[in-house]
Structures are given as structure tokens and as C-alpha cells.
Design a binder for this molecule. Structure first.
Ligand code: FES
Length: 65
């Protein structure tokens, strides 16, 4: 699935950047060799980062329940 239409970035590419430790949505595009254009994808990328953080930190997952 495409997350960023402007740069044709897929959820898999974005997930790889997040898994590598990036935690700033604005830094994802440069990590993938492109730049943010319209910015509509930033909220989706931030949501993906939040889900990754919850999944990797059980205490956060419990606090969210
Ligand atoms: S959809 Fe990502 S910059 Fe436009």
C-alpha cells in the first residue's frame, strides 16, 4: 500500500525506516532519499510510528487500554 503518493513510498519502506529507529515523521522522507512535498502522508506516518512504539513497549500498550 502506498503511504506517500507524492513520492510513491510504500508502507513497507516506511516500516523499515521506523524499525531502524527513526521516530520523527519529518525524517522519514530524507531517509528514503526524497523530500516531503504536500505533507498529507505525515499523519499516517506518525500513526505508524505510534503503533510501532506501542507494539515494542508493552507498558505503553497496557496504558492505552
Ligand atoms: S503524500 Fe507524502 S508528501 Fe504528499
Amino acid at each position: 500500500m502506498y503511504v506517500c503518493i507524492c513520492n510513491a513510498l510504500t508502507d513497507q519502506q516506511v516500516t523499515e525506516v521506523i524499525t531502524a529507529g527513526e521516530c520523527d515523521a519529518h525524517a522519514v522522507h530524507p531517509c528514503l532519499g526524497c523530500t516531503t512535498r504536500c505533507g498529507k502522508c505525515l499523519s499516517t506516518i506518525a500513526e505508524m510510528m505510534g503503533r510501532h512504539q506501542q507494539a515494542s513497549d508493552p507498558d505503553l500498550a497496557l496504558a492505552a487500554e
